[in-house]
Design a protein around this ligand. Structure first.
Ligand SMILES: Cc1ncc(COP(=O)(O)O)c(C=O)c1O
Length: 322
């Protein structure tokens, strides 16, 4: 498989990296990270015209297993379609590129980052003449928000940055440019001593974290925050199904931040954050102010499922070495 057209090979000197990405799938070839380089005039670098995915592979009894791989590849292509990118790859080809990259790096578990972007042929805003490129990187990654945040529960801060509305940015696309909003919100929260940001939408309803969907528990019902401007999270969908299979009633709802303050439990979910319980929001304790039992049980269940310990959910896994 190859990109629709490829950029000229860079002659830039090899650079060092702290990401330990090893071998990268780059327009159909597997090359060392230092050789996976692009021009400084790359359109995506100037205007955020890229789309990407975040996927995880987990160690299982049958070796590396990618969680809900095909859904991620499909969403990647949907993001590209939203941006008007005329891609020629199929979701199956992207699945295969990801499997090949994991194998080439001999990963047993990793975070996977496929990216499609416009190249460097033209610097005008209109990317009509720019070729499309695809790369897949695999990174050794552990617990996204840190061990402490997971055990004790994370501290959230309502961000002064609002989530864009769908008439300003295509919020259902994982587009590079959209993530300036997440970067700013996360940095603001971190700079103020919190673990993560909670973003509201334009109307003041809670939207999501910088890279996570939000759930809250009140009484015996688990509430999944409704889509509105949020990303249609694959972990959100997974947690809804797991909760229902555990006999919990689940409803989708809009919620304001005060409704979250008074919930029994709040937790965040996402491919990177997995299931992370929330101990406080804006310094108000959620419930007793520690990671709640439901969130912790859901985290445990999720980790069992993604690592192939529950046969009933094996359809969600792509065993790389099968
Ligand atoms: C803004 C945003 N919301 C939610 C999520 C969670 O989505 P998923 O569970 O598909 O990783 C992500 C991560 O991709 C995200 O970037």
């Amino acid at each position: 498989m190859s990109a629709s057209t490829s950029e000229s090979t860079s002659t830039a000197p090899a650079t060092t990296s702290s990401t330990n990405a090893g071998l990268i799938w780059f327009d159909g070839r597997i090359v060392p990270e230092a050789e996976a380089t692009v021009s400084v005039l790359t359109h995506a670098m100037h205007y955020g015209t890229s789309v990407f995915e975040g996927i995880r592979a987990y160690e299982s009894d049958r070796g590396a297993a990618v969680f809900r791989l095909h859904e991620h590849s499909v969403r990647l292509l949907e993001s590209a379609k939203i941006l008007g990118m005329k891609t020629t790859w199929t979701a199956e080809q992207i699945d295969q590129a990801i499997v090949d990259t994991i194998k080439a790096n001999e990963r047993v578990s990793c975070y996977i980052r496929p990216l499609i972007w416009y190249g460097a042929e033209s610097l005008g805003v209109n990317p009509g003449r720019n070729t499309l490129h695809l790369m897949v990187a695999t990174l050794p990654w552990g617990i996204y928000l840190g061990d402490d945040a997971v055990r004790k529960g994370a501290a959230l801060m309502t961000s002064s940055w609002r989530r864009s509305s769908g008439d300003i940015m295509p919020t259902k696309a994982k587009a590079g440019g959209n993530y300036v909003n997440s970067v700013l919100a996360n940095a603001e929260a971190r700079d103020n001593g919190f673990d993560e940001a909670l973003l509201l939408d334009k109307e003041g309803y809670v939207a999501e974290g910088s890279g996570e969907n939000i759930f809250f528990l009140k009484g015996d019902t688990l509430y999944a925050l409704a889509h509105s401007v949020n990303l249609r999270g694959i972990t959100r969908d997974t947690v809804i199904q797991l909760a229902r299979d555990m006999g919990t009633r689940v409803e989708a709802t809009m919620a304001t931040r005060d409704e979250l303050y008074t919930a029994d439990e709040v937790f965040m979910v996402g491919t990177a954050a997995e299931v992370t319980p929330i101990a406080s929001i804006d310094r108000r304790p959620i419930g007793p102010g520690v990671a709640g039992p439901f969130g912790l049980a859901m985290r445990e269940r999720y980790l069992e499922v993604v690592s192939g310990k529950v046969a009933a959910y094996h359809d969600w896994l792509t065993f790389v070495h099968d």
